[in-house]
Design a protein around this ligand. Structure first.
Ligand SMILES: *[C@@H]1O[C@H](CO)[C@@H](O)[C@H](O)[C@H]1NC(C)=O
Ligand SMILES: *[C@@H]1O[C@H](CO)[C@@H](O)[C@H](O)[C@H]1NC(C)=O
Ligand SMILES: *[C@@H]1O[C@H](CO)[C@@H](O)[C@H](O)[C@H]1NC(C)=O
Ligand SMILES: *[C@@H]1O[C@H](CO)[C@@H](O)[C@H](O)[C@H]1NC(C)=O
Ligand SMILES: *[C@@H]1O[C@H](CO)[C@@H](O)[C@H](O)[C@H]1NC(C)=O
Ligand SMILES: *[C@@H]1O[C@H](CO)[C@@H](O)[C@H](O)[C@H]1NC(C)=O
Ligand SMILES: *[C@@H]1O[C@H](CO)[C@@H](O)[C@H](O)[C@H]1NC(C)=O
Ligand SMILES: *[C@@H]1O[C@H](CO)[C@@H](O)[C@H](O)[C@H]1NC(C)=O
Ligand SMILES: *[C@@H]1O[C@H](CO)[C@@H](O)[C@H](O)[C@H]1NC(C)=O
Ligand SMILES: *[C@@H]1O[C@H](CO)[C@@H](O)[C@H](O)[C@H]1NC(C)=O
Ligand SMILES: *[C@@H]1O[C@H](CO)[C@@H](O)[C@H](O)[C@H]1NC(C)=O
Ligand SMILES: *[C@@H]1O[C@H](CO)[C@@H](O)[C@H](O)[C@H]1NC(C)=O
Length: 846
């Protein structure tokens, strides 16, 4: 029998759950290839779509470089000359990840509507076209190895792209300077929001429903939302399962995240279907493998405990239905196969300090999903309470199954926190994402879709009324809002989400798109207004929600207070536009009072900057300094003094986030908070006469330079974290395509070109460029607006500068003279009106 894998033969597919058609972005091909494993990125041959590569036992591996991060369905066009072969394909964002056992995966933190595994195996039994069932969310690198004695010719290899992959200079927003490093840093943003934003339709379900049950290929388990709501304890889960290839996998007593007792049962590995690269140490045949954490392997910095292996004395056949029962009992998890006990697994007592999990060895939901390259049918699921009552039943054939298990096809166009991980719509990251989109792709559908998705999950009542979940998953739907809680943590993410909406309005003036959401936006803003402490006037907590955790700094602190004041100021114009003048006045006046409180309680003259918080007066942070500036609380002398103090945080290629954190080789330099600081540094120079060039060029050349200067890690997109030695943080768990790390892509256009809206949607705008800043002699580019692009650019030497601004029809602007310059022609004017067509301004040094 040929080794092909024909899921369609299993049963007839049900298509009713496909809500959106796929949006085509064509095919992407490698740019280079290497005839070996440990590729040296300085060599390699250029790949044309006509390049043909033959792999055999004498030359089994080829490494392919796509040049920069791309996303899509991997495909292969092969010639076999009639001989079947197996290929193992590996994916990685960095070159370094390719040589790891599991490449840079697996992604066991969430299902993510993509392949959880970064190694996948294909049986190629005939010449032709083969495509993976799964999307690979993001990679620059791929390697292909022919297994055993096989021989295969790869006539074409690539990805059927699920995202746009346009070069930075062809996007609606673009910027270039005379500094190549800054140009590459700018380009990170356009790349990252192409690869990390996904169109409705371009993340199909990872489960396939058939009339015989759900066909689930090996992937991180997806949990029942009904099980999350029922929160049962001491129950028995039963289901029918048929292994199509390799094994079957399920989870009990789980959190909504895939964390909790996890069981993988392997088959007897028949020759006809078994891949020769199956790891028989990790997954011996006829064995039950059990873990109590994320999965059965460590993903570098996402660790899981050791596995427990139970060798069975029965042969587990493929293609045969078995009934499995797993009962949570006082002395363990009792697993039966067709009524016969195969294991009594000791209870997994959860670590009380663990951040994830159901918190109990006895309680939590259930889920399904096997290991890499597995393929399995599931049906007739039932859950029975310890009283013998049937509390759940499903044959996993109806369309509602995909929604219940959080693997429904994507029906909103959204921006994720990362292309390959976590693939969740994190609402804090969203703030940077909105602004990067504004200055690069201008794909507002991704922003509106994200807003719509997130607000769909708003909490209607209770102490968190108004809050939204901090990281809704792609395959989840608001039918199960109560199941997907997670608004209790990172309370300032609510502010960043609101500020992102305010930024969206500032760039687009889109009252039509936001009008229907105003009630919800206002409800969230009001929920957060309750956090203003009546005594300190700073942002702290509420009587019901005591001392919550924030991402950017402590309660009663400079960062969270400055951020909220800024957020309210960003929302006020939207409130006015939507006819809610009263809300606008309240937002404005609260923002002013918070700024006053920041100066009254947190400005620390002996420290020379703003204190971290009332409880930590001797510490300070870059987020506190940044938000004191961005909120408008800080004046010129406070800014000058704070920037001097900031030098104490300088560490490696960047800055520590807070003085309360120690320097160490494991320290994680943070591009997200550093992005707030970068904008504050440009404002300090332009508006407050501070000399922030040293700090700004350290961040741009150092922290962001790290992302573009080492080809072994270069993804073309911005990173999640950076180590002090300039390599990516968080080991291989990291995301090398994280929009939260792309602040330069909006800071440079808004301050180096200096184009910013003064009335929302660029109905009027200012051009206030940092001419000659950072030693630059040239900058130019285009800024997308609803009227078309505003093209702006300048050249400068020590004594003269020329600024050109090309204004589209329908808007007018004003040129503001930057510090250190004056308008030529002996004029004393500080502003020049900018009208349709080309405007030229000549400056000389002041
Ligand atoms: C291969 O590249 C050529 C030239 O760029 C292009 O015209 C052709 O359509 C490509 N073929 C495929 C299959 O994409
Ligand atoms: C198929 O046959 C051709 C012609 O003999 C040969 O060049 C090619 O290498 C063969 N490919 C494989 C995969 O065996
Ligand atoms: C196979 O699994 C074992 C046990 O987890 C592991 O030590 C080994 O590195 C794995 N081998 C490969 C090639 O993945
Ligand atoms: C993960 O790593 C830890 C620490 O090295 C080890 O104790 C544990 O057994 C590993 N887990 C697995 C599943 O290999
Ligand atoms: C589940 O069983 C354990 C052990 O017998 C017991 O301690 C616990 O109270 C039970 N939980 C519920 C909700 O019945
Ligand atoms: C294996 O078989 C024996 C007898 O055939 C039985 O007693 C035992 O419980 C079976 N199961 C395991 C896991 O050893
Ligand atoms: C599932 O349950 C139905 C109804 O009891 C039964 O007809 C069917 O055979 C079961 N399916 C499997 C695979 O056992
Ligand atoms: C915030 O500061 C005020 C004034 O010192 C204090 O009363 C309040 O308890 C503080 N809140 C928290 C959560 O620490
Ligand atoms: C809010 O404050 C800003 C700046 O102080 C001011 O320009 C604006 O008109 C105010 N808006 C409202 C609605 O009060
Ligand atoms: C700063 O915070 C750290 C960690 O909480 C603490 O150990 C240290 O004493 C604080 N330093 C000052 C000057 O308050
Ligand atoms: C570009 O910027 C980097 C980082 O600030 C700096 O090291 C380099 O000298 C600059 N290059 C030019 C040509 O200005
Ligand atoms: C700077 O540019 C102006 C205008 O192009 C030119 O007249 C002047 O000589 C230049 N100065 C230097 C130092 O190059």
């Amino acid at each position: 029998m040929p080794m092909s894998f024909r899921p369609l033969a299993v049963a007839q597919l049900l298509w009713s759950t496909l809500a959106h058609a796929i949006v085509s972005y064509g095919n992407v091909y490698p740019t280079r290839y290497f005839d070996n494993n440990a590729a040296d990125p300085t060599f390699g041959s250029s790949y044309e779509n006509s390049t043909s590569i033959t792999l055999s036992s004498s030359q089994p591996v080829v490494t392919l470089d796509y040049g920069a991060e791309i996303a899509g369905f991997p495909f292969f066009v092969t010639t076999t000359n009639g001989t079947a072969a197996q290929i193992e394909v590996r994916y990685s964002e960095s070159l370094v990840g390719l040589s790891h056992d599991n490449a840079d995966g697996p992604w066991t933190f969430s299902n993510g509507l993509s392949n959880s595994f970064r190694v996948e195996t294909f049986a190629i039994d005939d010449s032709g076209h083969v495509e993976s069932f799964f999307v690979q969310g993001g990679q620059r690198w791929q390697s292909i190895r022919v297994l055993g004695k096989g021989t295969i010719t790869l006539d074409r290899v690539g990805f059927r792209a699920t995202s746009d992959h346009t070069d930075a200079d062809k996007l609606p927003g673009y910027l270039e300077t005379n500094n190549e490093t800054y140009n590459k840093v700018f380009d990170l943003g356009g790349r990252v929001v192409q690869v990390a934003c996904v169109d409705a339709g371009n993340a199909p379900s990872t489960w396939e429903l058939t009339n015989a049950g759900a066909l689930v290929r090996g992937q991180t388990t997806a949990q029942s939302a009904k099980g999350i709501l029922l929160a049962p304890a001491n129950y028995t889960l039963e289901f029918d399962t048929k292994i199509v290839r390799g094994g079957t996998g399920w989870r009990i007593a789980s959190a909504s995240q895939p964390f909790g007792p996890y069981f993988v049962l392997t088959s007897n590995y028949p020759d006809e279907t078994t891949f020769t690269n199956t790891n028989k140490t990790l997954l011996p045949p006829n064995t039950l493998i059990v873990n109590s954490g994320w999965n059965i392997v460590n993903q570098t910095s996402l660790e899981t405990p050791a596995n427990k292996l139970f060798a069975l004395n029965v042969s587990i056949e493929e293609g045969k239905w078995y009934r499995i029962s797993t009962a949570i009992e006082v002395d363990g998890y009792r697993v039966l196969l067709d009524g016969e006990e195969i294991a009594l697994v000791p209870l997994s007592q959860p670590d009380p300090a663990a951040r994830f999990g159901s918190g109990s060895a006895y309680a939590g939901t259930w889920g399904f999903g096997g290991y890499q390259d597995h393929s399995t049918m599931f049906t007739n699921v039932s859950v029975t309470s310890d009283k013998g009552t049937r509390i759940y039943q499903s044959d996993l054939t109806s369309a509602s199954t995909l929604v219940e298990y959080g693997v429904a096809p994507l029906e909103h166009s959204v921006c994720l926190d990362g292309a390959k991980r976590d693939r969740l719509v994190w609402i804090g990251d969203f703030y940077h994402t909105v602004r990067v989109v504004a200055q690069t792709t201008a794909r507002w559908d991704h922003i509106l879709g994200s807003i719509d998705l997130v607000l769909g999950f708003q909490v209607p009542s209770g102490i968190y009324a108004g809050f939204v979940p901090i990281s809704p998953g792609m395959g989840t739907r608001p039918e199960y809002t109560e199941a997907y809680q997670g608004w209790q943590g990172l309370v300032d993410y609510q502010d960043l989400f609101l500020a992102g909406i305010g930024e969206y309005y500032r760039y687009t003036g889109d009252t039509a798109g936001l009008k229907k959401h105003w009630g919800k936006i206002k409800m969230l803003a009001e929920a957060k207004l309750a956090f203003v402490d009546p005594i300190s006037g700073l942002v702290a907590d509420t009587p019901e929600i005591k001392n919550p955790f924030n991402f950017l700094g402590p309660v009663n602190g400079s960062a969270v207070s400055g951020l909220f004041a800024f957020t309210l100021r960003r929302l006020a114009p939207l409130a006015v536009a939507l006819g809610d003048a009263e809300a606008a006045r309240k937002f404005n006046s609260t923002a002013s009072k918070i700024n006053d409180a920041i100066n009254e309680h947190l400005w620390n003259p002996s420290l020379g900057t703003y204190s971290l918080g009332l409880d930590s007066p001797g510490n300070f942070s870059l987020t506190g300094v940044a938000w004191a500036i961005l909120s408008g609380a800080a004046n010129s002398s406070q800014i000058a003094s704070s920037l001097l103090k900031l030098q104490e945080l300088r560490f490696g290629p960047g800055y520590r986030t807070s003085s309360a954190e120690a320097e160490s080789p494991e320290y994680q330099l943070a591009p997200n908070p550093s992005g707030f600081l970068l904008e504050a540094l440009f404002q300090s120079y332009l508006n407050y006469g501070s000399d922030s060039a040293t700090a700004a060029s350290h961040l741009l050349g150092g922290l962001w330079g790290s992302m573009v200067n080492n080809d072994s890690y270069f993804s073309g997109a911005s990173w999640e974290y950076v180590n002090p030695d300039g390599t990516p943080g968080l080991d291989l768990f990291t995301s090398l395509a994280h929009p939260w790390g792309a602040a330069p892509s909006y800071v440079l256009p808004e301050y180096l070109l200096g184009v910013r809206p003064t009335i929302s949607g660029y109905k009027s705008f200012v051009v206030n460029p940092a001419v000659g800043f950072l030693g630059l002699t040239e900058a130019g580019g285009r800024v997308p607006t609803p009227f078309g692009p505003i093209k702006a650019g300048w050249t400068a030497n020590g004594t003269h500068a020329t600024i050109d601004v090309d204004v589209p029809e329908g808007t007018t602007g004003a040129f503001q003279v930057p510090p250190g310059w004056r308008i030529d022609r002996k004029s004393s004017a500080h502003a020049v009106k900018l009208v349709r067509g080309l405007n030229r301004i000549v400056l000389c040094s002041a």
